[in-house]
Design a protein. Structure first.
Length: 483
């Protein structure tokens, strides 16, 4: 090879190395120490390759020089494939939650009333209707101004024209409560709601415990709420709190049953956690924060397809059961019809699950004596299995598939900077400890939707709540492993 061509090859390799370094550097995921090692290694590869190409015409060193340049080409191809896609995912995949969301309200009547007639009709509504001020303001802008506020739904349904929020209307439609199917929808009104994720009231460990443990500063610990909507995208069937202690390098996963009967922090009355989701994810965030006396810093909102796609992307998970059972739900997506599709038979012991199988296990509660308590344990095990799978080196090859799988199936307030810094910390120490816990309770019948109807609920076991609360609040302190 002529000397001029050798210089062209060397310059080309240097340019490729610079491009690779810039792409990886822009991701901000490599710890500074490892990034410096990478630069030194890349510079050494270029030096050895250039030396072998210029100083030797043939032989072993010539072979080494071509090997070095081949490695640089592989790096260039890899970063070209992974780099832009990863950067785009980080830019679009985090901090992508809307500051507002849309909810619907329905004005109904058993009589045939035109929308134009509502300006002279008195419309009854329940005093705890969701976002009352927002919907009344919107209706006033439509010249609908005559309203009657009632203390309970029984009285509301004695009126000719009724205003219902989306949560109550959807629940009544699904169960034909209050003979709702005999009512006509006069008008459906959509209202944009500003998301309010303010803290409800953060509590601390008691004074004796604070003397024993050093409190961390905000940023060294944080809480993330994960809310998963059902097939109808109305009710929040999955509720999990992820507490992260960066100093101790520990993650605590706390699952909360969907039917947990707790105080709605926005109105001060009790309801099922799943039904609160129909009033917006902020209701679940505020109520879980109140339950555990914490501040929730970020949230992730997912749907059922998110779980299926993610599990398939990581190549499935290992799930271990202490009993043999067959699910009552079918392995189907976006349908509650369990007469279609096959049921899943789960063996006692450990087994491989793909995406739809994992979703079916996560939904199951009727197959267990402990019902929803066991379902929450299964959900925690599934989440832990996914996190452990994503820590393995094999995920590097599957990384683009994982990004494509979850893209578009969730929204979150977690900023990119927090994600990239967390990846850096995980790379520096892959031995993070992941712990799980679930709050428990006992089943019963009680009023939901602020007294609109009775349904199955789970009354919290306050001993388990207080124990979970103690551990979650302990994530703000060093030496958590001694709690």
């Amino acid at each position: 090879m002529k000397k001029s061509r050798k210089f062209i090859v060397i310059i080309l390799m240097i340019l490729l190395s610079v491009a690779v370094t810039r792409i990886i550097g822009n991701l901000h995921v490599l710890p500074t120490k490892y990034f410096n090692y990478f630069i030194i290694t890349l510079a050494s590869i270029n030096f050895i390759g250039a030396l072998g190409l210029l100083a030797f015409r043939r032989g072993f060193m010539k072979f080494i020089s071509f090997l070095m340049f081949f490695i640089i080409n592989l790096l260039a191809v890899g970063t070209t494939l992974y780099g832009p896609a990863t950067n785009k995912f980080f830019n679009e995949g985090f901090g992508n939650a809307d500051e507002t969301y849309q909810t619907s309200f329905y004005i109904i009547s058993k009589n045939n009333i035109l929308e134009s007639e509502l300006t002279v009709k008195t419309i009854a509504y329940y005093q705890d209707i969701y976002k009352k001020d927002d919907i009344l303001k919107k209706l006033n802008s439509m010249n609908i101004m005559l309203f009657k506020e009632e203390l309970d739904l029984d009285t509301v349904f004695t009126h000719d024209v009724i205003l219902l929020d989306n949560a109550t209307y959807t629940f009544l439609k699904e169960n034909n409560g209050r003979d709702i199917n005999s009512y006509n929808v006069i008008v459906k009104v959509d209202v944009d709601i500003v998301l309010d994720n303010s803290a409800i009231g953060e509590e601390d460990l008691d004074e004796y415990q604070q003397q024993e443990y050093q409190k961390l500063t905000p940023g060294e610990y944080y809480n993330i709420f994960i809310g998963g909507y059902d097939f109808t995208n109305t009710f929040m069937d999955f509720n999990m709190l992820v507490s992260i202690n960066k100093t101790n390098q520990e993650i605590l996963l706390t699952t909360i049953p969907r039917d947990y009967y707790i105080t709605d922090a926005r109105v001060g009355k009790r309801d099922k956690l799943s039904d609160m989701g129909a009033r917006g994810i902020e209701t679940n965030i505020a109520s879980v924060a109140k339950l555990f006396g914490i501040k929730i810093d970020y949230y992730i909102q997912i749907n059922t397809r998110s779980l299926v796609e993610l599990v398939n992307a990581v190549g499935g998970i290992t799930y271990c059961s202490d009993q043999e059972y067959t699910t009552t739900h079918s392995m189907v997506l976006n349908s509650y019809n369990d007469n279609i599709g096959e049921k899943l038979h789960v063996k006692k012991g450990c087994q491989y699950l793909n995406g739809i199988q994992t979703l079916t296990v996560a939904r199951e509660r009727l197959a267990f004596k402990s019902g929803d308590n066991q379902r929450q344990k299964n959900c925690a095990q599934i989440m832990k299995a996914i996190l452990n799978k994503m820590k393995t080196p094999a995920m590097i090859i599957k990384f683009p598939n994982i990004l494509n799988a979850v893209s578009g199936f969730y929204s979150t307030t977690i900023p990119r900077e927090l994600v990239t810094s967390s990846v850096q910390e995980l790379l520096e120490n892959p031995n993070w400890v992941i712990k799980t816990q679930s709050v428990t309770g006992s089943g019963g019948q009680d009023y939901i939707f602020f007294g609109s109807t009775k349904d199955y609920v789970m009354y919290p076991n306050m001993s388990s709540v207080n124990n979970a609360k103690y551990k979650i609040q302990g994530m703000k302190y060093k030496k958590l492993n001694q709690l």
